[in-house]
Design a binder for this molecule. Structure first.
Ligand SMILES: C[S@@+](CC[C@H](N)C(=O)[O-])C[C@H]1O[C@@H](n2cnc3c(N)ncnc32)[C@H](O)[C@@H]1O
Length: 470
């Protein structure tokens, strides 16, 4: 059984620094980034380890350092030898206190799962200021000894079990091209790459390793609307089988803090139109408490309500299926009471790292003769944001919403079978290659359910738009 990162690095402590800190290649890249930083920058070191050499070099150049690490022992050592704010935290759930000028994640992404690496790229971008710098230290899959490992085509990476510093560990590798794609898709322009061989100074672990450092500069305003570059135009209306979709939504799960995000957004609203039934799915019966909520499960060309009936319209996972985005939004805005100080429209679509959409787009869509699958979610929201600004709802903000599809089936193979049956029925019912889709979905679904047993991550993005003068 492989050791997790927390156990591994709690046990290694200073031994890791002794083996890896003296790396001329890493120091050179760190110095390059430091030379590009504005004076008194805020810099986050993700998986900071003992703080040497990276956090120490940044702090000694006069910048404010924040460091997080999942291993308590590493945090303790870093705090004892580098000036800065160090915290035990898992990068997947952490939120930084301020926007950063630079984020470093040096050799700290090996032990998280493929969809989480995708998600972290967008989170890093969100954590940075407008033109902030992201620095990653990784190893390309070409460096895998003897090419060992299993390739995962959905996330374009290789999962491997190796012995490292005398312990069995899980390690994840992306090719050099895949890393560059990840940077580009999350909205970064590459500034520098450096690849070099490094032999650790640990007497019991002297293997040569290939280290690959990549420096990217944030070049988009809305990373959550990726992957970038955006396609030139929307593919047109897509199709969804509503009863299969309802069955899938029956498995939707939200943690309390995520539910709070939504309910606090709707605080003070009395008359709500819930198109797509998201409010009901996310908040359950609690959503209707002290409020008048009208629910429409599917989009309508003409909403069956007079003007100015609602103070909020919430639209969930529907934009792929409207005939015309502009007409749909004009209708939604028509039924909003613009005299209400609370007037707002809330759109919820998939995040660029949404597991369900990634599965559909990489496995099923290429086998389909009819359906383009789910559209580019970021482009849908980009287009919606532009239209909303033109019709008076220009005060927009974006935030992620974490939900999952959870399954009670008693065994992992039953959960996997349930999903293999359920997902293609939503977007590809009756297709000629339906059986092939199911066969090809089995492996990646099994892997995802192994990564996080019992559920699939269904990450979303909330776009909130209020009237210009509010
Ligand atoms: C190989 S060490 C590198 C340490 C440091 N960045 C350096 O270059 O010296 C990887 C570090 O990432 C941390 N780490 C791994 N997974 C993490 C996670 N999910 N969240 C935060 N830290 C993590 C480990 O505990 C470990 O200290």
């Amino acid at each position: 059984m492989e050791v997790d990162a927390e156990t591994l690095f709690n046990a290694l402590g200073e031994r890791y620094e002794d083996a890896y800190a003296d790396s001329p290649g890493l120091l050179e890249v760190t110095e390059y980034v430091v030379s590009k930083l504005p004076r008194s920058s805020h810099v986050l070191d993700v998986g900071c380890g003992t703080g040497k050499p990276v956090a120490a070099a940044i702090a000694s150049a006069g910048h404010t350092v924040y460091g997080i690490d999942v291993a308590e022992n590493m945090v303790r050592i870093a705090a004892s030898q580098v000036p800065g704010t160090f915290l035990k935290a898992d990068m997947r759930t952490y939120t930084p206190p301020v926007k950063m000028d630079a984020v470093f994640a040096i050799y700290s992404l090996y032990q998280i799962r493929p969809s989480d690496v995708h998600k972290m790229m967008y989170r890093f971008a969100e954590w940075l200021k407008g033109d902030g710098i992201l620095v990653l230290g990784v190893s390309p899959s070409s460096a895998l000894v003897g090419g060992k490992g299993v390739h995962d085509p959905v996330w374009d990476c290789t999962r491997s079990k190796v012995t490292w510093m005398e312990r069995p560990v899980f390690e994840l590798y992306f090719s050099q091209t895949a890393w560059l794609n990840l940077f580009r898709e999350a909205g970064f322009a590459i500034e520098l790459e450096k690849m070099f061989d490094y032999i650790s100074k640990d007497p019991k672990h002297t293997r040569s390793e290939t280290h690959y450092l990549i420096v990217g500069r944030k070049s988009v305003s809305h990373p959550l609307l990726g992957p970038y570059p955006l396609p030139e135009c929307l593919p047109g209306k897509s199709m969804r089988n509503e009863s299969a979709w309802r069955r899938l939504q029956g498995h939707l799960f939200l943690k309390d803090d995520e539910r709070m995000k939504l309910s606090s957004m709707l605080e003070g609203h009395q008359r709500i139109l819930d198109i797509g039934q998201g409010l009901k799915d996310f908040l359950g019966k609690a959503s209707a408490r002290n409020k008048s909520v009208e629910t429409l499960p599917t989009p309508f060309n003409n909403l069956p309500y007079p003007d100015a009936q609602f103070d909020a319209v919430i639209v969930t996972m529907i934009l792929d299926y409207v005939d015309d985005l502009r007409d749909f939004l004009l209708e939604a805005v028509r039924v909003i009471d613009k005299s209400s100080s609370n007037a707002r429209i809330i759109l919820i679509q998939g995040a660029p790292y949404n597991e369900v959409q990634k599965l559909m787009n990489t496995v099923c869509t290429p086998l389909s003769c009819k359906n383009t699958g789910t559209a580019h979610q970021g482009l849908l929201l980009h287009s919606a944001m532009k239209i909303l600004a033109e019709i008076g709802f220009g005060g927009t903000s974006l935030r992620p919403l974490s939900t999952s599809y959870s399954f009670d089936e008693n065994s992992s193979s039953n959960r996997s079978n349930a999903l293999v049956e359920m997902l293609p029925n939503v977007w590809f019912p009756g297709e000629k290659k339906h059986e092939q889709m199911k066969r090809e979905l089995a492996f990646p679904i099994e892997k995802l359910l192994h990564d996080h047993p019992g559920f699939l991550q269904n990450e979303l993005v909330i776009l909130e738009a209020v009237l210009d003068d509010h």
